[in-house]
Write a protein that binds this ligand. Structure first.
Ligand SMILES: *Cc1c(COP(=O)(O)O)cnc(C)c1O
Length: 407
């Protein structure tokens, strides 16, 4: 039945094509076919790149404009001015102290080094001790500093890359991850790792989604949609991992993600929607319930960036301020980044990335059995699955090491 329906159409097509090519020799047909296929493929490659056609067009126009001498002179003079101001600012900030640019002939003593550090720390004139730079210094308290430095004194030589040598450090990481997952209402299969900061947490998540979307849905040209108020770490991830980043506007009154704009930006290549709780530039919270509903409707994962205030907002309800839900309690939220080194009051260089399920980071875990670098056979940082306790992870890592030693 279907056959006879399509048949007349196909017959017409056949007669048309044969008619067009009846006076061509076979070599001409072969050449014509090859050339048009190659042209089609390269046109496709030219149009569909990580960077949009518009943005590439703008850059090319700018590059060409710079070739016009008058414009080039104007741009160069502006750039020189900026460089000069920048240099002056740096010199002022360092209060005219010269830079040390080579290793000293004679090593400095303990006291000399401490003196030097004290001297450097005096540069700058922001009143950060009094809490005037909330986005840079989160909490200044001498008891806390004493605790942090005591811990560091004890543990500074450890290397979390080697959980077999430092199982206690591995346990610390597992506990931080599990406590954070519980705070953010992660289910029994939630999992995660610690990273060196919010940017790394976001990079890890974006790479995980890129690899997940590739292995699960065969998406080759991934795109992430996020409000303009999102942290630049996502743009960095886009550059590093070849993901197109689409910025959508925020509503001009509340500075929350414009959900309709996000909806319009969705394409078949969208691998992730992002919301911040709160964002860095304004401190406003996106409506995660709305973003997650969009994610559920289109089957797109949702990342909540709680890097800045995650460890504050999660306690708001207990403090008597009811907030709309924004964590794993909202169905559709698949990952959360929260910085221990911000309102978690840990020293700089630590953050947590959480996933609702291990299947998201799995395609991204580095575990190549064929590498010459034997130690890389163990995932370089294992992530911790829900109820599976640390000892099991350790056993897994331990077994890998055992195999390694055996081979
Ligand atoms: C701080 C921050 C990040 C990550 O920045 P790091 O300096 O790398 O920790 C990401 N998102 C938001 C909203 C942040 O405030």
């Amino acid at each position: 039945m279907t056959n006879s329906l399509f048949k007349p159409g196909f017959e017409h097509f056949k007669i048309f094509v044969n008619g067009c090519l009846c006076d061509k020799e076979p070599w001409q047909i072969v050449t014509l076919t090859t050339t048009s296929v190659l042209a089609g493929v390269s046109l496709w490659g030219f149009i569909f790149q990580e960077e949009s056609l518009l943005s590439r067009g703008k850059k090319t126009a700018f590059r060409l404009a710079r070739k016009i001498p008058a414009i080039a002179r104007r741009i160069d003079s502006e750039l020189d001015k900026i460089n000069e101001t920048f240099e002056k600012e740096v010199i002022n900030r360092n209060q005219g102290n010269p830079y040390i640019t080579t290793l000293p002939d004679k090593g400095k003593s303990h006291t000399e080094i401490i003196e030097l550090v004290k001297q450097y720390l005096k540069f700058g004139d922001y009143k950060w001790e009094e809490g005037y730079v909330s986005g840079a210094v989160y909490y200044f308290n001498t008891d806390l500093i004493k605790l942090l430095t005591d811990v560091y004194t004890l543990a500074s030589y450890t290397n979390p890359l080697h959980p077999d040598i430092f199982p206690g450090v591995c346990k610390m990481e597992a506990e931080v991850v599990r406590m954070t997952a519980n705070l953010f209402h992660g289910g029994p299969s939630s999992c995660g790792t610690m990273t060196t900061g919010g940017t790394e947490s976001i990079l890890m998540a974006c790479k995980a989604y890129r690899d997940y979307a590739r292995s699960e849905w065969g998406i080759k040209h991934p795109e992430i949609i996020l409000p303009t108020t999102s942290h630049p770490a996502f743009d960095k991830a886009g550059l590093y991992f070849g993901i197109r980043i689409t910025h959508t506007p925020v509503d001009p009154v509340h500075y929350k993600a414009d959900i309709n704009a996000m909806r319009r930006a969705i394409s078949r290549n969208t691998i992730l929607l992002v919301g911040s709780t709160p964002n860095f530039p304004y401190g406003t919270m996106d409506d995660i319930e709305e973003i997650a509903a969009l994610g559920r409707q289109y089957n797109i994962p949702v990342h909540v960036d709680a890097c800045l205030g995650g460890f504050l907002v999660i306690f708001m309800e207990q403090a008597g301020y009811k907030l709309p839900p924004f964590d794993f309690s909202v169905p559709g939220v698949t990952s959360i980044s929260a910085d221990t080194h911000k309102y978690g009051f840990a020293p700089k260089g630590s953050s947590v990335i959480l996933y609702s399920e291990p299947k998201i980071p799995t395609p991204s875990v580095l575990c190549d059995n064929g590498l010459a670098w034997r130690s890389l056979r163990v995932p370089d940082r294992q992530w911790f699955e829900g109820r599976r306790d640390t000892s099991q992870n350790l056993k897994f890592v331990g077994q890998s090491f055992e195999n390694l030693v055996k081979n």
